[in-house]
Write a protein that binds this ligand. Structure first.
Ligand code: SAM
Length: 196
């Protein structure tokens, strides 16, 4: 992950978060309030752990964050459960052993970038689609899916797939996401009850 030592990097250090990416989630949360105390949250691509730490802070002692990454997420808290796993090998049944349902699925997953915009875009969409499959299997009706994806030609079709399963889908570009970055986030709220 490329380190940008800007205002957000310094703020994250000061506030005890391992990465500046926490402010992308915080900004969406402040506006849309989809994380709530007592919730069960799945955080995909959780390393080094800023989103997990933030979500665990909101979920509180009655909630739980399941943090998944190929690399072992470094954050520790009583209400964070760490799973070192590739999402392509991760089965919903394994996650259901931890909790039968989830209120929120987060995905900040990003591929290792190659510098080739099209390749990076297609790999990012593949990760986002894997996250969507897990979100559809695990979210309870009404649940929320917040997912990073790189801009490119397959973004509209990914957004349409999200629309099939969620009542509202917003495209979000947080202020803390560098303007030159191709990343965007889809905030999908209201998991529909009867879609595949
Ligand atoms: C931008 S970082 C996530 C930062 C994290 N949200 C935070 O706030 O600390 C993207 C993460 O996606 C993870 N990732 C990429 N491909 C993955 C895969 N196939 N399965 C699980 N995690 C993956 C990477 O290992 C990396 O840690």
């Amino acid at each position: 992950m490329k380190k940008v030592r800007d205002h957000y990097f310094k703020k994250a250090k000061k506030q005890g978060f391992p990465a500046r990416s926490v402010y992308k989630l915080e900004e969406a949360q402040k506006k849309h309030r989809f994380l709530k105390p007592g919730q069960i949250v799945l955080d995909l691509g959780a390393y080094p752990g800023s989103w997990s730490k933030y979500a665990a802070g909101v979920a509180g002692p009655k909630g739980l964050v399941v943090a998944v990454d190929i690399q072992k997420p470094g954050v520790m808290a009583d209400n964070i459960c760490l799973l070192q796993k590739d999402v392509y090998d991760l089965k919903a049944s394994k996650l259901r052993e931890i909790s039968p349902y989830f209120d929120v699925v987060l995905s900040d997953m990003a591929p290792k970038t190659t510098g080739r915009k099209d390749v990076d875009h297609f790999r990012s969409v593949a990760l986002a689609e894997r996250a969507l499959v897990l979100a559809k299997e695990l979210l309870k009706p009404g649940g929320t899916f917040f997912c990073k994806v790189f801009q490119g030609e397959d973004l509209p079709s990914f957004r349409d797939k999200c629309r099939e399963s969620f009542r509202s889908v917003r495209v979000v570009k947080p202020k803390s996401s560098r303007p030159e970055s191709v990343e965007l986030f889809l905030l999908c709220m209201g998991r529909k009850q009867h879609t595949g």
